[in-house]
Unconditional design. Structure first.
Length: 240
C-alpha cells in the first residue's frame, strides 16, 4: 500500500498516543438486543478462534469488512482479520465491558457534554449492535447494499461520514458516540496483548516497535533513541 498523505494505518497508529475524543449523546430508546451469556474467552496468538461469542452473521460480516478496510494488508502487516482484530472486538462485546459492568446505567438520560463521557442507556454491546444495524441501513439506502458488500471507496465515504458526524441515523442513535466506540475497539484490537484475541503474532506491536509487557526499559531509552530495539516483543503468554 503506497502512502497517500495520512493513510489508514497512520490514522490507527496516531491513536496510540492520542485517544479518541468523547462524543456527546442524545436520548434514544434501548434496542431489544439479547446479550451473550458466556464470558469472553482468552486465547494466545497461536490459538485459532472457535467462533463468535456475540456477533451474529450480519454483524460479523460488518466487523470483518470494517477491520480489513481500516487495517489493510501490505508490506507492513497482515490485514485486520488476519491480526484477529475482529476476534478481539467480539470477545470485548461478549465480556464484562460489553455488558456495561462498570458503567452507571440508572439514568437520567439527558444530553451531555463531551467531557461528561458515556451518557447512553445502552451497554457498549447494545450500542455496537444498534450502530451496525443503523450503518447497514444507511448503506443500503445510499448504495443498495450493506457495508460489507459495498466498494472500498464507498466504505471510505461511510467511515468519513461517521467520524465527522455528517451521517445521521434515522433511529436517533448518536453517530459520534458509535464511531468513537468503533474506532476505540479497532485500535485496541490491533495493539492489545494477543491473549485477548487481537494483535496476532504481536504484529501490531512490531509495527510501532513496542517491546511488550516487559516495560522496564528506562536504561535503554538513551542507547536506542531513534533506533530499532533489538529484542522481540514479549506478551503475557510468553511470560507464563
Amino acid at each position: 500500500m503506497k502512502k497517500r498523505g495520512l493513510d489508514r494505518r497512520d490514522f490507527l497508529k496516531s491513536a496510540v498516543v492520542s485517544g479518541a475524543a468523547a462524543a456527546s449523546a442524545t436520548t434514544i430508546a434501548t434496542p431489544d438486543a439479547a446479550q451473550a451469556e458466556q464470558p469472553a474467552q482468552t486465547a494466545t496468538a497461536t490459538t485459532e478462534p472457535a467462533g463468535y461469542a456475540f456477533l451474529n452473521l450480519d454483524e460479523a460480516a460488518f466487523v470483518e469488512a470494517l477491520v480489513d478496510h481500516m487495517v489493510p494488508a501490505d508490506e507492513v502487516s497482515p490485514k485486520g482479520t488476519d491480526l484477529g482484530v475482529n476476534i478481539y472486538i467480539d470477545r470485548a462485546l461478549a465480556g464484562a465491558w460489553g455488558k456495561g459492568d462498570r458503567l452507571y446505567m440508572q439514568g437520567p438520560w439527558k444530553l451531555g457534554a463531551p467531557s461528561q463521557g458515556y451518557q447512553l442507556p445502552l451497554t457498549p454491546a447494545q450500542l455496537y449492535r444498534a450502530g451496525i444495524a443503523a450503518t447497514n441501513a444507511h448503506c443500503h439506502k445510499t448504495y443498495g447494499h450493506t457495508f460489507d458488500r459495498i466498494t472500498e471507496a464507498e466504505r471510505q465515504e461511510i467511515l468519513i461520514g461517521l467520524s465527522t458526524g455528517k451521517i445521521t441515523f434515522d433511529s436517533g442513535l448518536p453517530v459520534r458516540v458509535f464511531w468513537t466506540t468503533l474506532y476505540q475497539t479497532v485500535v485496541e484490537g490491533m495493539y492489545s496483548d494477543p491473549i485477548y484475541g487481537g494483535n496476532r503474532n504481536k504484529a501490531g506491536w512490531a509495527i510501532i516497535g513496542f517491546p511488550g509487557v516487559i516495560a522496564v526499559h528506562r536504561d535503554h531509552v538513551a542507547q536506542y533513541r531513534g533506533k530499532p530495539f533489538p529484542s522481540k516483543p514479549l506478551s503475557i503468554a510468553d511470560m507464563s
